[in-house]
Write a protein that binds this ligand. Structure first.
Ligand SMILES: CC(C)(COP(=O)(O)OP(=O)(O)OC[C@H]1O[C@@H](n2cnc3c(N)ncnc32)[C@H](O)[C@@H]1OP(=O)(O)O)[C@@H](O)C(=O)NCCC(=O)NCCS
Length: 186
């Protein structure tokens, strides 16, 4: 399948409190701290990371996928401190259908302040207006109410539930599948 997207290496999306930009290799320690935190990873699809090398390797793989137009992944930085506090991404990109799936996370000390809604409002608008995407999808654990509410505020609609789709660390979980038709909402 072709991936005609060419994501700008120097992309920077500004919101009132945040900057969204591609992560660099110097973000490995901060990115590891987020992905090693069991609270952040509670509803994730794999266990928390245990080694800094996992962050370093993932950043390298992600950078390659970004350069190839397959993964649109941006770090979320506080504008007041330039601290990396999370990320949002669009993956499973289907170019002909102009569709992709989004994922996101915030460091635990950055949660509960509306940061993700602020980041995703700009991220989703860029996917629609900047990259001409038509449909976005998101898969979440239905128990993750903050994530569900964040999606619903953006206009995502729960389109179905897949039962016991994941088994992570021996725990089964359902998937709530959300969809957003950008041309009707953004
Ligand atoms: C889920 C997550 C992205 C939410 O981002 P956030 O900026 O912390 O969101 P907020 O705490 O500001 O809450 C967003 C909304 O959910 C509501 N909410 C938060 N916790 C809730 C709960 N336990 N029950 C019901 N609603 C809740 C908030 O009131 C808010 O609603 P509002 O916009 O109507 O005021 C963030 O907490 C996170 O990254 N968590 C860990 C990783 C993760 O789970 N990622 C998503 C995987 S699909």
């Amino acid at each position: 399948m072709s991936h005609p997207y060419a994501f700008a290496q120097d992309l920077s999306l500004l919101t009132p409190r945040l900057q969204l930009r591609p992560m660099g290799s110097d973000d490995a320690a901060a990115w590891f701290a987020i992905m090693a935190d069991p609270q952040v990873m509670r509803f994730w699809n794999h266990a928390p990371w245990r080694e800094l090398a996992e962050a370093q390797a993932a950043l390298a793989v992600d950078r390659q996928a970004y350069a190839e137009g397959q993964l649109f992944k941006l770090g979320i930085y506080r504008r007041d401190s330039d601290e990396l506090i999370g990320m949002c991404q669009c993956y499973h990109i289907e170019a002909e259908s102009r569709r992709g799936e989004i994922g996101y996370c915030l460091a635990s000390n950055a949660q509960g302040q509306g940061f993700m809604g602020e980041a995703l409002e700009h991220f989703v608008r860029y996917l629609g207006q900047g990259l001409n995407m038509r449909r976005l999808e998101a898969e979440i654990d239905p128990r993750n109410q903050a994530s569900a509410r964040t999606l619903e505020r953006l206009g995502f609609v729960l389109e179905g539930t897949l039962r016991e789709r994941w088994c992570v660390g021996g725990e089964l979980s359902d998937s709530g599948l959300y969809g957003l038709l950008l041309e009707r909402t953004v």
